[in-house]
Ligand binder design. Structure first.
Ligand SMILES: Cc1ncc(COP(=O)(O)O)c(C=O)c1O
Length: 482
């Protein structure tokens, strides 16, 4: 009889050797990251390499590691580099990567059942409840990110606050449900409204003040107008760190309105929420504990490798009721592998789930929350220094106040507004393609701005000084009159 097949190797020493080579490669890359280009565009030759037919036969791991070294590793996003400040990207960490690899070996399915990964995830969630001062009776689940955490939280809020059994009968059984967020709130909130059958326009964009924060008076007025129109307000989404400028909504005022109006308070704390760990922001973010739910990410300002987010929900029973739908083949038992409680499949839409918590646990245990918090505070101080450098440079204009870790500014040109916008985009593209730095762009008050979001534990003050001098140099190159 032919030997029966398996995916295991014949020579375990060979396998150990392959892992050593791969680990060496990745650690050397991390060690030398400061000397690399921030970003290297993927050449056409390499893109073509990933346009091949489905392999019928296997290849040796060592040859795949060579392929990885040549065709994959050099062309990443660049967010491990000290001068990556685009969008909101965490910079990763060695401890987190180790946790990710070990989770791959364990290959746990964390939808439920009685095994250790559930306990690790519960441990991480308990730490988060502690960070945000949520009661120990609250629940939570690790997610792919804040986008998914938002969908989960708003699903619970929708079911709790509708005036009919929308979970079973659909949203049309209720008066039209509407919610509120600042005009600067992240697009994932609008997407969640869409996915939950509420409609994108049911998320009202509330006007902002000169610090880019939701205006509580306008919120109150809009809720009243919607009630008069026969609609059913159900949720307010407060932002702790808006994506454009890092603004923090007035949590006390918004929480008072939610309490008076009987609305669910959800907080989008994707990156800014963890600033609550710092001395600088603890007071301002004290009122996060008033929320009914908070969605936030470990992969941003805690540097856990992608992807790792979380949502915590104060009312555990409401959370479980929104997702628990176990059929006979998933029944729990008193003893055996089908025991253990709670099961995470009862707290989110997914049944099969990976062991995300391990990389979070590794990161928090390896560095300790004190150091992780100090790095958040360091990034905020670096942002303030960059703001000062911008204010001191006559050819640069600050476009929003810097409160947290984001600096929005632009180079001034003696040109019409559209040309100035285009030149600022060109500067950012040049910084990126020349591998110097990777800020991103956004639009503030109708102007294209250069946006530097520092969620980077490798950034040093000299990196930001270099950014300013390179922007001025490139600005002078593309318009010598500057
Ligand atoms: C304020 C804010 N909310 C939500 C999100 C979405 O988070 P994720 O990309 O983890 O889904 C982001 C992403 O940058 C964000 O900055």
């Amino acid at each position: 009889m032919d030997e029966e097949l398996s995916l295991d190797c014949h020579d375990w020493e060979d396998l150990r050797h392959s892992f050593q080579i791969a680990a060496d490669l990745c650690i050397s890359k991390m060690e030398g990251v400061r000397d690399d280009a921030v970003w290297t565009p993927t050449p056409d030759r390499v893109k073509a390499h990933f346009n091949k037919a489905l392999p019928q036969e296997g290849a040796a791991l060592d040859s795949l590691i060579c392929d990885f070294q040549e065709n994959i590793l050099p062309y990443g996003t660049g967010n491990g580099h000290p001068r990556f400040w685009g969008w909101v990207h965490g910079s990763g960490s060695a401890a987190g990567a180790l946790g990710e690899m070990l989770a791959g070996f364990m290959n746990s399915n964390v939808g439920g059942r009685d095994h250790i990964a559930n306990h690790v995830e519960r441990q991480v969630i308990d730490w988060c409840k502690n960070i945000f001062d949520f009661p120990s009776s609250a629940s939570g689940i690790l997610t792919s990110g804040t986008s998914m955490g938002t969908i989960i939280a708003l699903n619970v809020a929708r079911n709790e606050k509708a005036d009919a059994d929308v979970q079973n009968l659909g949203v049309s059984a209720s008066r039209r449900l509407v919610g509120y967020a600042s005009a600067e709130a992240h697009g994932c909130n609008t997407k969640a409204f869409d996915l939950l059958g509420l409609g994108r326009e049911s998320l009202r964009a509330i006007a902002i003040d000169d610090r880019f924060r939701m205006k509580p008076d306008m919120l109150r007025d809009k809720i009243a107008a919607d009630r008069t129109a026969g609609l059913r307000p159900f949720v307010v989404i407060a932002s702790v760190g808006t994506v454009n400028t890092g603004a923090i909504d007035d949590l006390c005022a918004i929480s008072d309105i939610c309490r008076a109006e009987g609305l669910w308070l959800h907080i989008d704390g994707a990156f800014g929420g963890l600033a609550r760990l710092t001395d600088r922001f603890r007071g301002e973010l004290e009122a996060m504990s008033m929320a009914d739910s908070i969605a936030f990410d470990f992969h941003k300002w805690l540097h856990v490798p992608y992807d790792a987010g979380c949502v915590i929900i104060k009312d555990e029973a409401a959370h479980r009721a929104a997702f628990s739908a176990r059929r006979e083949y998933l029944e729990s038992t008193e003893t055996g592998l089908a025991g253990g409680a709670p099961w995470f499949c009862d707290y989110g839409p997914e049944l099969s789930r990976g062991f995300r918590a391990l990389k979070v646990w590794f990161t928090i245990k390896a560095y300790g929350i004190r150091k992780l918090a100090a790095l958040i505070q360091q990034n905020c101080a670096q942002a303030k220094n960059l703001e000062a450098m911008v204010l001191a440079a006559p050819e640069l204009e600050l476009c929003a106040p810097t409160h947290l870790n984001i600096v929005c500014f632009r180079m001034l040109f003696d040109k019409p507004p559209q040309a100035t916008d285009a030149l600022n985009k060109q500067i950012v593209a040049m910084l990126q393609t020349q591998g110097i730095a990777a800020p991103s762009t956004t639009t503030i008050d109708g102007k294209t701005v250069i946006r530097v979001c520092i969620t980077n534990h490798r950034t040093r003050s000299e990196d930001l000084a270099l950014l300013v001098s390179e922007i001025r140099r490139l600005g002078g190159l593309i318009d010598p009159q500057v």
